[in-house]
Every structure is written in C-alpha cells, then in structure tokens.
Design a protein around this ligand. Structure first.
Ligand code: NAP
Length: 502
C-alpha cells in the first residue's frame, strides 16, 4: 500500500487499530511521527487533545514568548530552517515552523485533534494497548508513545482568598489576549522563565506592574538579534553553513556542560556573567540585593534575558519580595501591605512532578503508571518503565538539560523508539518490556551521577521531587546520553526477537 493511501486510512474514522499511537503533537510527537514516516512506517496515529500541533509552543503565546536556545539549534536536525529571522526566535515563528514540519512531512492526516486520552490499558491477550478517548471511542495499537511533555498543566497556587478577587486573573500559559492590559494595574506572581519574557512588554503597556518574586534567579544576557539579509541569503544558499552554525552552537554548549557541576570553574564563570549583568543594569543597591540569588548557579534554571532587569527600573514597576499572605477583592496582600490590581497574571509554572499527562496508563497486572510513580517518576533512559510493554516515553523523567537543546535529547529518544518499533514489526508476537532490576540499577547510577550536580544544590526547583530526589535532569552531556542509549539499543532489538509475550 502506498503512503498516501495509508494516510487516508489513518485519518479515517473507521480505523481503530494502529501499529503505533503517539499521544501528543508537540515537538516530541511530531518528531516521532516524522521519523516513522521516513522509515516507511505509515500505520500510526497522533492523538492530540487540543485543536492544533505545537504543544508548549501552541499554549505559551504570552507577549514576548520565545525560546532561550538559539533557533538554529532549537529545531529538528532533519528539518533545518535557514530562514529563522533572529537568533532566538519568538513563539509565533517557532509554532509556524512546527506547523510547517507537519505539512512538509505529510503528518496532518495522521493527527486526530480534539482527542483527549482518558486511559490506555495493556491487553496481554492481544499484546496491544487499548486507548480510550474522552468522547467514548476506543482505539488500539501495538506500541504506545507518550509524548505529552512535562510543561502542559499550568499550576496556580492555592492562595487564600483567590476566589474573592474582583479583577481578572489568568495563567501565563493560558494568556487572555482579550483582556486589555493597557493602562491597567497588573500584578504578576512568579519570576521564572515565562515571567522574565512577558514582564518587559507588559510593563510597557500597563499603568502599574507589581511583580511578586519568591526567589531571585540568575539571569544572563540573551544577546538576541535579527539575522541580516546577507546572513539569511547565505544560509538559504548554502545548507552547509547552516549546519556549521548549528554544530558550533551544539558543541559550544556541550563543552560548557561543566557549568552544571557545583563549584566548577564554568559554574563560577556563569555566576560572574549573571552578577555582572545584574550590576550593569540595576543601580539601586537595595533592589540589586533583592535580585541576588543565595543558592548555587544552575540549581534552578539559568534564565536568559536582555530586557527583564531594565523593565524593573521603570517607575511603573515594583518588585515585591515579601511573602504573599492572601488575595483580597482588590489585590494581593504581601506582609502587611495590600497591592491593588485589576489583573493578576500567574506565572507560577506547571505541575511537573507527576510526569503524567494523558489519563491513566495501565500496564501488566493492572499496574498503573500513576501508582508506579507515586513516590516519584523514573524510567529507564527516561523512556521505558517495567511492566509497561511496548510503551515508550519522550521527554520522560531525567532527560531534561540545563546546558543544551532539548531537541537533541528528543532526537536520540525518537531514534531509539523507532528502532524498537521496527524490531516489534519483525517480531509479531513480542512484547518489549524491561526488568524492574534494570531500572533500579539505572536509577541508582543516575542518582549517584546527579550528586554534585548544580541541581543538587540547596534551592527549591521543579527539577526535584518533594523528597529532594532529582527527577527531571539527565546528569551528563547529550553525547553521554547518546552513548548510553546506543549501548542499550542492541539489547532491546535482541529482546524483541527473542521474547514472546507471556
Ligand atoms: P517556573 O520556572 O516554575 O517559575 C514559577 C515561578 O512562580 C517561580 O518564580 C516560583 O517561585 C513562583 N511561584 C510558584 N509558586 C509560588 C507560590 N506559591 N508563591 C509565590 N511564588 C510562586 O515556571 P515558568 O516560568 O512558567 O517556566 C517553567 C519552565 O518552562 C521553565 O523552567 C522552562 O523549562 C520552560 N520555559 C522555557 C522557556 C524557553 O525560553 N525555552 C520559556 C519559558 C518557560 P520560586 O522560584 O520560589 O519557586
């Protein structure tokens, strides 16, 4: 059957069984799908709960939203784009890029939008996943790929009195463009990666912006700029030059991985750059002191901004560092003072700890992923969980980075999963699973390797579980991850050829 025919079949409402179902059409799911098409594996479906592709880049359309990794690197290696308008592209351009990949790789017919997965259950008898959707439909697939991401469930802290607030409020990942901030008194809770991007444009529009900061961050200059017409011409005419730009960005970051180790010379270098940035932009010593972190650099995400500090110098911007006591009808009370506001923007991050995205995933012996991860998520190489056969995660536990592009990690995972899928194709009765001991041994190694990393420092961050265990980050370079995944690959291929489902 040719590709076009299968694509039509994939989008047909009658078809209910697939070789692969991917949950989520963000950068992981789309990359996975493009790889499957390239391997001539056409029998797959992406289930996406929203009405469009793009994941975090679809959801985070707040003013100033953009990526703090340069676009030549924050893009797929198989879909390099010579036309990025600037070094650090903004959300509309990134989303347009992802949508372009969907079109160019013929993925549209493989995506079912508005399809929220409520549960996926492993059926031992048929060695298939039964996937239930919110609308009541049930689909099945030999392999399930969880590509739901980690940053898609906005978290709003339960401040006392929040329900009494008479103004408008929303989360940064659900921006209300219908609420006109011009001339308004705006309060923002949170000062992380999202806030530093929208604070400058909001400060310009609002009459007053009150920023509630719980913990200051290390912020280094972004040094963003537009590409010149000459540069764009040369990238378009000479793909090798684009590849060289990408490689240079990648290797520069790889070589500076040492900054992610506590007390390293590279960490000190980054700290000094951040402090110099702060000192050059904030003259008021009292304000500067409140913006100075007291924990090791890299423990929380190192932020990248050219204009956040400058915004704090504006006369209409106030930084509040006293703890929030409660929310009242007319604003936010911190310590004894009420800060009046017409609009509250919660830039308070995401529910990151569970790693659970789509409904409940139930593996062998009715074992649910939610229960399995009740004391913190873990997965072998971030991708496989014992008792969940033919199930792979993308951007799973301990695969996040602090030094390089997450797309490079995703592509390694996509390659591994694609190999697993191909191996299963050659072994129709096999079910790919891993031993619990394999994960335990890996996890012991992982936690040892993470000791002494910057994330292990004394700070609060979404990289850690409640008990302090680091659940988000990979302890090494991307190349080290690539090597470890490559080392395990022959094993899963062999297992697929040998193992018959029990
Ligand atoms: P975040 O980094 O988790 O920041 C949340 C902010 O809310 C922090 O300042 C936090 O303070 C504050 N907060 C949370 N609960 C609070 C409470 N109860 N009281 C007072 N303050 C509270 O969230 P985010 O800024 O949305 O970013 C999340 C992640 O998205 C980033 O780390 C990054 O991975 C990704 N992101 C990436 C980019 C990019 O350019 N690539 C851009 C935006 C976001 P504490 O620091 O004290 O916890």
């Amino acid at each position: 059957m040719n590709a076009a025919a299968i694509s039509i079949q994939a989008s047909s409402p009658q078809k209910a069984d697939y070789e692969v179902i991917i949950i989520g059409a963000g950068m992981g799911g789309i990359g996975m799908a493009a790889r499957l098409r390239a391997l001539d594996c056409q029998d797959f479906l992406i289930l996406e709960k929203a009405q469009g592709a793009g994941g975090t880049w679809r959801d985070n359309h707040y003013p100033g939203s953009g990526c703090d990794i340069p676009s030549h690197l924050y893009s797929y290696s198989f879909a390099q784009n010579p036309s990025w308008s600037r070094v650090f592209s903004r959300q509309p351009e990134i989303l347009a890029y992802i949508e372009g990949v969907v079109r160019q790789h013929g993925l549209q017919a493989h995506i079912r939008y508005g399809s929220e997965v409520t549960s996926a259950t492993w059926d031992e008898a048929s060695t298939r996943w039964r996937v239930r959707l919110a609308g009541g439909d049930t689909l099945s697939a030999r392999t399930l790929v969880g590509a739901w991401g980690q940053l898609n469930r906005p978290a709003i802290p339960a401040f006392p009195g929040a329900e009494r607030f008479r103004g408008k409020s929303f989360h940064s990942a659900a921006w209300r463009h219908d609420i006109d901030l011009r001339g308004a008194r705006v309060a923002t809770v949170g000062s992380g990666a999202s806030a530093v991007q929208f604070v400058p444009p909001v400060a310009e529009a609002a009459a007053q912006l009150t920023l509630f900061q719980r913990t200051p961050n290390y912020i280094v200059p972004r040094l963003d700029r537009e590409y010149t017409p000459e540069e764009l011409d040369s990238y378009r005419q000479n793909p090798q030059q684009l590849q060289e730009s990408r490689d240079a960005l990648y290797w520069d970051r790889e070589h500076r991985f040492a900054k992610m180790r506590l007390g390293s010379a590279n960490a000190e270098e980054v700290r000094a750059i951040a402090m110099q940035h702060l000192h050059s932009q904030i003259q008021d010593p009292e304000l500067r002191a409140r913006l100075t972190p007291d924990y090791p650099v890299g423990c929380k995400r190192i932020l990248v901004s050219d204009d956040f500090y400058a915004a704090l110098n504006r006369p209409n911007v106030e930084l509040v560092t006293e703890p929030i006591v409660r929310i009242e009808e007319s604003g936010i009370r911190a310590a004894a003072r009420l800060h009046e506001a017409d609009v509250i923007i919660y830039a308070t991050g995401f529910e990151t700890q569970s790693f659970l995205g789509a409904g409940d995933i139930v593996g062998r012996r009715e074992c649910s992923l939610r229960d399995t991860w009740a004391n913190g998520a873990s997965a072998y190489l971030g991708m496989q969980v014992p008792s969940f056969p033919n199930f792979f995660l993308l951007y799973g536990p301990n695969t996040n980075l602090g030094h390089n592009s997450i797309i490079s990690m995703l592509e390694i995972q996509i390659d591994y999963v694609a190999h697993g899928i191909c191996a299963l194709r050659d072994a129709p009765d096999a079910a790919l699973d891993i031993e619990a001991e394999t994960l335990q041994e890996y996890d012991r190694w992982l936690q040892q390797a993470l000791a002494g990393s910057s994330w292990s420092g004394s700070c609060r961050s979404w990289y850690k579980a409640a008990d302090g265990r680091i659940v988000a980050n990979w302890p090494g370079t991307v190349e080290e991850y690539r090597a470890m995944v490559a080392q395990h690959l022959p094993q899963i291929l062999q297992e697929a050829s040998q193992e018959a489902s029990p």
